[in-house]
Design a protein around this ligand. Structure first.
Ligand SMILES: Nc1nc2c(ncn2[C@@H]2O[C@H](COP(=O)(O)OP(=O)(O)OP(=O)(O)O)[C@@H](O)[C@H]2O)c(=O)[nH]1
Ligand SMILES: [Mg+2]
Length: 558
């Protein structure tokens, strides 16, 4: 152990608290408890112990409910310091028993700072009851803990936390229950952490002692559990206490520690060394889980990005293919320019048509408004359909991964476009139309080349530019597509003449860029429902790199 150890431990502890592991990957839960365990053990045990090596040994008495923990503590000190009882679980608040001279070590917040101290009355959940007694020698404190396998979740959590703060465990089980699963999980934890351990096998009927201790010994060996085994026979209690002779093995073992300061130091060092040795491996597992979280978040993000990129592509394709010019838009166009007699009259002169169109577009507002609205509806429908498909696709891709499935299951609305999209799209398309009109107004009056366009009036020119956006394809023009869909030759010629106008093309290109930018913004908002929360769920790279460094530092320093 070097002087760098304390600061290195503090750094590791701080770094671990910043490691977010919120994605539900298969071993996320395990990694979260490992992380919290290390932080708890560092706060409750490693730091206080390393800072004050001379503090008394804290022996935590743990085990299943009804195993006789409180009875053993009471019997050891010859007084009822912690109530034993028939109702399960009995002990709800931890009781710390120590020599009066040692009280100062436990009265402040050196260990278990989150438990307020009480110095009288009954043990209560959420407090640490301090019971000084001259029956215990200085240098050794016993902590009677709530049960580890309680029906009460707060008992279980507290017991685990108390065990993490211990220099050693006095783990109590009974002849009837020594093979229960939960205690063994904790015993294996003690082994992994390197905590010094004595196992009390309580209430052993005289005729079963050989058999039961033999079997328990085998189990300990199989679990590579290096612990002292103390056997207490089944007996009638005397005024709630165990008779002296039955408790002798426990008393003897504790007495050895009490009288021998070297033995106490060895015990402390053993647990300390074990804990420090186990730390890099345990923290390394957290680091690996954190890296997996990060990688998994990146996967999820790219799945969502992919879905929305294809939505964007879909919309661009729709603009480019001229498909938006089909159907109702073209029908409205015809309403605007008129059909039949009128068209036949003027088909000889495109110039005349333009003049007529100008008057139509400027004079008869109703069809022009309807054309604008139709354009609006078509665009909105295309954006919404693409966003619906993207949401569906992203949710589908996510639900094929464990981490993503939990997120999609947690918010089913993800698999559809957002509720806000309808209004947002409407506003955005409206705003786009407004900016096209603005574009035409500013550009249209400035340049000579736009005289023809200007003759349509702002409203007519604006609509023409919007149609130009939908017809601006590379090879085949949207108009040709539209014609294939059944436009009259005259309408076609007219529109083609207008859309062929260089000024219209230039403005349409700009209007198109503007529209794509707005669509992008809408889709980014939609995609943010997927990718936005990811950042807060996993550690960032910097935290991960720091964690790696601090694990190394602890390894070197211990
Ligand atoms: N006959 C007999 N009864 C015992 C013995 N040890 C404990 N008991 C009884 O068993 C019950 C449980 O004992 P406790 O000491 O309260 O057990 P605990 O482990 O502290 O239980 P929790 O506080 O619930 O975790 C009490 O009624 C005790 O009187 C024993 O060696 N012999
Ligand atoms: Mg008890």
């Amino acid at each position: 152990m070097t002087p760098e150890l304390l600061p290195a431990l503090r750094r590791l502890r701080d770094d671990l608290t910043e490691v977010r592991l919120h994605l539900e990957l298969p071993d996320a839960q395990r990694a979260r408890s490992a992380r919290d365990d290390i932080v708890g053990q560092t706060d409750d045990y490693l730091l206080p112990r390393l800072e004050q090596m001379e503090a008394p040994v804290l022996m935590v008495v743990g085990g299943s409910t009804g195993a006789g923990k409180s009875t053993i503590v009471n019997s050891l000190v010859g007084a009822e310091v912690s109530r034993a009882g028939v109702l399960r679980p009995t002990t709800r608040g931890p009781v710390l028993v120590c020599h009066p001279d040692d009280l100062r070590w436990f009265a402040d917040d050196r260990i278990l700072p989150q438990l307020p101290r009480a110095t009288g009355g009954d043990p209560a959940p959420g407090t640490l009851l301090l019971m000084p007694t001259a029956e215990l020698p200085p240098g050794l404190a016993l902590l009677d803990s709530p049960d580890i396998d309680s029906v009460l979740a707060e008992n279980r959590a507290l017991a685990t936390q108390l065990l993490a703060a211990a220099d050693a465990w006095l783990f109590v089980t009974t002849a009837a229950r020594y093979a229960d699963a939960v205690p063994w999980e904790l015993l294996v934890t003690a082994r992994e952490r390197g905590t010094a351990l004595a196992l009390v096998l309580n209430r052993v009927p005289p005729d079963a002692e050989r058999e039961v201790t033999g079997h328990l010994g085998e189990m300990m060996q199989a679990q590579r559990l290096d612990a002292v085994l103390l056997v207490v026979g089944e007996t009638e209690l005397e005024q709630g206490r165990l008779p002296q002779h039955e408790l002798a093995p426990v008393r003897h073992w504790l007495g050895g520690l009490a009288t021998d300061s070297q033995a106490r130091d060895d015990l402390i060092k053993r647990t300390l060394t074990g804990a420090l040795r186990s730390l890099p491996g345990r923290a390394g597992a957290v680091e690996r889980a954190a890296a997996e979280q990060l990688a998994s978040a990146a996967d999820l993000r790219s799945e969502a990005d992919l879905a929305y990129a294809s939505a964007r592509q879909e919309i661009e394709d729709a603009l480019r293919s001229g498909s938006l010019l089909r159907g109702e838009v073209v029908a409205r166009w015809h309403e605007v320019v008129g059909t039949g007699e009128f068209m036949r009259e003027i088909q000889s002169s495109l110039a005349a048509v333009r003049d007529r169109l100008a008057s139509v577009l400027t004079g008869r507002e109703v069809p022009a408004d309807q054309l604008r609205e139709t354009v609006e509806h078509r665009l909105e429908a295309v954006v919404r359909a693409a966003a619906e498909r993207a949401a569906e696709r992203a949710a589908q891709a996510w639900s094929e991964r464990p981490a993503g499935r939990a997120l999609v299951d947690g918010s089913p609305a993800l698999s559809r476009a957002s509720d806000e999209l309808r209004v947002a799209t409407h506003d955005e398309v409206r705003a786009w139309q407004g900016s096209v009109m603005e574009l035409v107004r500013t550009e249209g009056s400035a340049k000579r080349t736009t005289a023809r366009l200007a003759s349509l009036g702002v409203n007519g020119a604006g609509l023409t530019v919007m149609l130009g956006v939908f017809a601006s394809t590379g090879g085949i023009t949207g108009l040709e597509v539209a014609v294939a869909g059944g436009t009259s030759a005259v309408g076609h010629k007219l529109l083609e003449a207008l859309l062929g106008d260089q000024a219209v093309r230039t403005l349409a290109a700009r209007a198109r860029d503007d529209l794509v930018e707005r669509v992008d913004r809408l889709l980014r908002e939609e995609a943010a429902r997927f990718v936005g929360p990811l950042d807060g769920m996993v550690p960032d790279h910097e935290v991960l790199a720091r964690l790696h460094g601090s694990i190394d530092a602890v390894r070197r320093a211990s």
